[in-house]
Design a protein around this ligand. Structure first.
Ligand code: GLU
Length: 283
């Protein structure tokens, strides 16, 4: 059975781009007799606001979607820690004390999410009580797994190229957040039985890392569906801060959510909003 999901982070209200993403995931599941899941990605303890998760549910119901909710990320920390420990035991994680600024200054290449970590702390020594992040040694990991591929329904078969990101952080420095997005989402999609990971093109490059983590952790490999993003007048990914009203604001103003969902399905977008088609995700 096909299982898709919508996995919003409760650190800002949902906007039309999220609505589009949720509708795509919902409809792909429902058209094929499958299941559509909602997972609240509240791993970022400092920025997450529980009130927003309640708003998200109201937004999805207003759009006329039906879903099954799975446990939020904040309830899964033990599983994240256990996976990190396994990777550490495999010798694939190393501690890192570098700040963002230090990385920016030392990096000489840019990856999909900013400067590529130049490996400064690989082989460095650390005091036992030093607060560190843990990075994946991507080169060593790839030597262990060998070449990997993954399948995107729209873009076709892909060769996994996690090295594009360099050695990503899998365990963050802050103690209340014991996993990074990459580790958490990989484990969650596997634990929730997601068979078709549906999300925007902006996360297409992240899939290279997720595929590597799946191979290392021995979890099931889904198919992906990276959909085009809604873009604003300037061609940038739609964001609340660039003036598009949130779903909650539309809902509270009395707009018909089901009708809105149908116009998005039909590819009709409010003035100034277009659907990007770039497969690189940065159009
Ligand atoms: N929580 C992520 C976000 O809100 C989405 C993660 C995913 O779909 O893989 O951007």
């Amino acid at each position: 059975m096909i299982v898709t999901r919508f996995a919003p982070s409760p650190n800002g209200p949902l906007h039309l781009g999220h609505a589009y993403s949720a509708i795509v995931a919902h409809d792909l599941a429902k058209e094929r007799g499958g299941e559509f899941l909602l997972r609240i990605e509240d791993i970022d303890g400092v920025r997450s606001r529980p009130q927003l998760a309640r708003e998200f549910r109201a937004d999805l119901a207003w759009l006329g979607l039906e879903w099954e909710e799975v446990p939020a990320q904040s309830t899964r920390l033990v599983a994240y820690e256990a996976a990190a420990e396994r990777l550490r035991a495999m010798g694939l994680l190393y501690p890192c004390r570098c700040t963002r600024l230090e990385i920016r200054d030392a990096a000489n290449a840019k990856g999909p999410d900013g400067p590529i970590y130049p490996g400064t702390c690989r082989g460095a020594s650390f005091a036992p009580d030093e607060v560190v992040a843990w990075r994946l040694d991507v080169g060593a990991a790839l030597r262990r797994t060998g070449p990997l591929t993954w399948l995107d329904e729209r873009a076709g078969e892909q060769i996994a190229r996690p090295e594009l990101h360099g050695d990503v952080v899998l365990v963050r420095k802050e103690t209340e957040t014991p996993a990074s997005y990459h580790l958490a989402v990989t484990l969650d999609d596997a634990a929730d039985g997601v068979t078709l990971v549906t999300r925007g093109m902006d996360l297409f490059p992240a899939t290279h890392i997720h595929r590597l983590l799946q191979a290392l952790l021995g979890v099931a490999v889904p198919t992906w569906h990276h959909h085009p993003l809604l873009l604003d007048e300037t061609g940038k990914k739609l964001a609340k801060r660039r003036g598009s009203p949130s779903l909650a604001e539309r809902r509270e103003a009395g707009e018909d959510g089901r009708a809105l969902a149908d116009t998005l399905r039909a590819g009709r977008f409010p003035a100034g909003i277009t659907l990007g088609e770039s497969l690189s995700g940065d159009s």
